[in-house]
Design a binder for this molecule. Structure first.
Ligand SMILES: N[C@@H](CCC(=O)N[C@@H](CS)C(=O)NCC(=O)O)C(=O)O
Length: 197
């Protein structure tokens, strides 16, 4: 059974738990003692020298980064549904994986890290970035039901968690009704498990 080195409130770990739940992939969840810095010490630091979780292990395959893990799960267990192999379609999904890793991570995610977990960072800059990406997503989702390909893909799984938890970083989704409606659609995906917030 694949193994996930996990932290319950982490949106990045949650993405992996959600995708596995949706695909019906059983997962051995190994809680990481994050407060004690277990992710910065052996054996975890040997698996991920970046000192971060999630870490995903499937036999000989050891992966870091939630987006990379979603790619692996989708291609190994999701057929053509969640990340198709046709080049233009795959690229359309990957565009949004990059948004998860960049604009969302440095926007709503950073604001939450500051407010909920006391990380010292420029929260005003994070909130500005959040407003920009939420505005862009709202415009996009006013025209389409899902982020890519007009159907649920790993683009939605990657981008939803930190957007859904925006309020924990002092950001309201009220100005972004199309984003809120999209989050409701995600909650209706069979196998959905509640966001960690
Ligand atoms: N790009 C990575 C980021 C992973 C990440 O930042 N993980 C956080 C927990 S959510 C972490 O381990 N941070 C290390 C720390 O704050 O010491 C991913 O998407 O998985």
């Amino acid at each position: 059974m694949p193994k996930l080195y996990d932290l319950e409130p982490s949106g990045n770990c949650y993405k992996v738990r959600l995708m596995c739940a949706v695909l019906g992939v059983p997962l051995d969840i190994v809680p990481v003692d994050f407060m004690a810095g277990a992710h910065k010490k052996s054996p975890l630091i040997d698996m991920n020298p970046f000192g971060e979780i999630p870490i995903f292990v499937d036999g000989d395959v050891v992966l870091r980064d939630s987006q990379a893990i979603l790619v692996y799960l989708a291609r190994k267990w999701g057929g053509e549904s969640w990340l198709p192999s046709e080049p233009a379609k795959m690229a359309e999904v990957v565009e949004w994986l990059m948004v998860a890793e960049n604009e969302i991570a440095r926007g709503p995610n950073d604001a939450r890290l500051h407010d909920k977990f006391g990380y010292k960072l420029d929260v005003a800059a994070a909130r500005e970035k959040a407003a920009r990406i939420l505005g862009l997503m709202n415009t996009h989702l006013s025209k389409t039901q899902w982020l890519a390909l007009g159907r649920p893909t790993i683009a939605d799984i990657a981008c939803a968690p930190y957007v859904a938890m925006s309020y924990e970083g002092g950001i309201s989704l009220e100005p972004y009704p199309a984003v809120s409606a999209w989050l409701d659609r995600i909650k209706s995906i069979p196998g959905f498990v509640p966001f960690p917030a």
